[in-house]
Ligand binder design. Structure first.
Ligand SMILES: [Fe+2]
Ligand SMILES: [Fe+2]
Length: 146
């Protein structure tokens, strides 16, 4: 992968993280069950860290990170608003779908990445976090009997 291709892929991940931040922030406020809302809030902090780390890596590679407030933020807010009135399990399902896509995107990028140890470490860390998030969400959905 060229440096430009790596930067483009990192910005793709960053857009997804910015969207996830909007969704988790809205759902943390909307979910009525305190234990689940707390778990969602904890995930939100991790997604914010992912966005910060990706932006920093893009800058270190000489690229320009996409800024919050762009189309992804708007799309994330719209998705969050649409599901905020849904049931808790409806919100968790949307979150899980986002995590599943992020897992596939990070894994695909890791598979293609050559000779960039710092980017590799970052992608690997983020992938491990998303796997953990997906696992927790699946357990919550199962516990709600869905
Ligand atoms: Fe993330
Ligand atoms: Fe996640």
């Amino acid at each position: 992968m060229s440096r430009e291709a790596i930067i483009a892929a990192l910005n793709h991940h960053l857009r997804a993280e910015l969207s996830a931040v909007e969704i988790y922030a809205a759902h943390a406020r909307a979910i009525a069950e305190p234990a689940i809302a707390q778990g969602v809030q904890a995930i939100l902090l991790v997604e914010e860290r992912h966005a910060r780390d990706l932006a920093a890596r893009i800058r270190a590679l000489g690229g320009e990170p996409v800024e919050p407030g762009g189309p992804e933020t708007v799309a994330g807010r719209a998705a969050a608003a649409a599901t905020q009135r849904a049931t808790t399990v409806g919100m968790l399902r949307l979150e899980l779908a986002e995590e599943q896509q992020a897992i596939k995107d990070y894994a695909a990028h890791l598979a293609d990445l050559m000779l960039d140890e710092e980017t590799h470490d970052l992608l690997e860390q983020n992938l491990a976090d998303e796997l953990q998030h997906a696992r927790w969400l699946k357990a919550q959905i199962a516990a709600l009997g869905k």
